[in-house]
Design a protein around this ligand. Sequence first.
Ligand SMILES: [Zn+2]
Ligand SMILES: [Zn+2]
Length: 346
Amino acid sequence: MSHFPVSGYAAKEVGQALEPFTYESPKLGEHDVRVSITHCGVCYTDIQGLDDHYGIVDFPFVPGHEIVGTVSAVGPAVSGLKEGDRVGIGWQGRSCMQCEYCLQGQEQLCQDIGNCGTWEPYGGFASSIVVDGRFAYPLPAGMPSEMGAVLMCAGISVYTPLRTYAAEGSLKVGIIGVGGLGHLAIQFAHAFGCEVTAISSSPRKEEEALKFGADHFLLGEDEASMRQARLTFDLLLYTSHAKCDWTSLLYSLKTNGRLAVVGFPDGPVTFDPLELVVHQFSMAGSFLGSRAGMKEMLHFAQMHAITPEVELMPLSQANAALKKVRGNKARYRIVLFNDMGSAQAG
Ligand SMILES: [Zn+2]
Ligand SMILES: [Zn+2]
């Protein structure tokens, strides 16, 4: 129990490729579970982590926070999970459980969020991980593991704002970006009964966006189409990281409309404040989801047959997978499966 080696893939320094990396597993705390990882999705935030885009990453850095695996050990205070259970784990692997937000059941807003990531100390591109068992979610029976993995970050990130702002249905919703998050946002918004418009800079995405459940497609860079869409949407959900024309997007909101942001835009966000005031627009950020939201989202996804489009690649090809994601070539989410053999897993 005291000695538990983990095999993974780490970048030793910012900007470097991943290489095999072995480390000692953190000790199992009383609420913790150890999970043998079978699958881990590749999120754009992993790329931003490797680039240390926000200056918050420690190296060596093991990315990965869309994790599915099997519980292999449980701490003495863990309830509801046992060895052999299949669970999913997202970006948040623990929380302080005592700040005002944790006590409200909004654990994703924990005041100690900087220390809550499953990346701490090392993430999911590895043979196993230790997290607080209260942040490990049993997957519905029959849900393929690679699909469960994608729901752990991409899924919850878009489900939460749609559940908050569009759950009553029949709203006109614009989903900005048809990628890892966007292709799920289209499906969730459609399942909530909304009239969904996919907004992308790539005309090639139209056919697939309609297949995912979008009612309409709008080319975001086409000024004439955007002008036509003026005062159309009750809610816009930005799921991308690409630069865009924020002013023309705001123009497409209805009076009292809302722009919700879940992606981290690479460039600055600028817009015309006159429109914001005169039309009473709101802007909202949304970050992951609560523990209760995770359980609800998994159930909802199962009930409504939300289907992430997954490309499976072996974990040993993690660098190639990251390159595809970086080049915007993933359709729509790459999930790595653990091909390191079971010898070192436990
Ligand atoms: Zn993510
Ligand atoms: Zn807290």
